[in-house]
Design a protein around this ligand. Structure first.
Ligand code: CA
Length: 227
């Protein structure tokens, strides 16, 4: 899996340039920053697959940057590789304990760098496969749609349009409590559990093409597409 995006945070200009060149040479895209603050900004905006960061940085250090970036939900899956001087090896272990994925002790070879990067990407693509399996699960769930009542379909449709419970209640001229009950029933019928799983399902349903046409008087997923 090439063409992944790597964010490199290193304050030593020569080393930064050198690492960036190696990474690019192997087909990855790289974006560089010289401080942790700058790195956080780039990470927030571009959502890299991997962040490679020196620990010793001017301003906030690699650990603090890591701690802050880990709090951003869109970067939950971003992998971290720390760069460390020999004298800070114990620091690197501390970083691993914090949840970093790997560390490279300076000076490291081109092979060590690329191997570490490739391992991270392989793990990320396994995660993607897992995601695909989840999509199949959603397809299976879609087949239970015929068990929903007309009103439940309406509610599901409104959810897929991004409306909240109070908004749906207002639109369908019923109480919020009624909509909440519908949501519970829909989730139960579709076997959805966990936070926001109904919303996620509804949104995915909206973007999905209807896989079959209605065969009887029950409403199939295609009715959700039309609105
Ligand atoms: Ca440094």
């Amino acid at each position: 899996m090439n063409n992944g995006l790597i964010l490199l945070i290193e304050d030593e200009a020569a080393l930064r340039k050198n690492i960036a060149e190696i990474i690019e040479h192997y087909g990855f895209r790289v974006m560089s920053a010289s401080t942790g603050e700058e790195g956080i900004k780039l990470a927030e905006e571009f959502i890299p697959d991997i962040i490679i960061s020196d620990i010793m940085l001017p301003g906030i250090d690699g650990f603090e940057m890591f701690g802050r970036v880990k709090q951003l939900p869109q970067l939950k899956r971003t992998a971290f590789i720390f760069l460390t001087a020999k004298s800070t090896r114990s620091d690197a272990r501390a970083g691993m304990n914090m949840g970093a994925d790997d560390y490279l002790t300076k000076p490291f070879t081109k092979e060590e760098l690329i191997n570490s990067v490739r391992t991270r990407f392989e793990k990320l693509s396994k995660l993607n496969e897992h995601q695909l399996e989840n999509n199949e699960l959603i397809d299976a769930t879609s087949n239970n749609l015929s068990s929903l009542t007309k009103t439940e379909h309406k509610v599901l449709n409104e959810i897929s349009e991004g409306r909240t419970t109070p908004q749906i209640a207002q639109k369908l001229f019923v109480s919020k409590k009624t909509i909440e009950n519908h949501r519970v029933n829909i989730s139960r019928k579709l076997d959805l559990s966990g936070p926001n799983s109904l919303i996620k399902f509804a949104l995915r349903l909206k973007t999905r093409k209807p896989s079959r046409s209605p065969s009887d008087d029950t409403i199939s997923s295609s009715s959700i597409q039309k609105k």
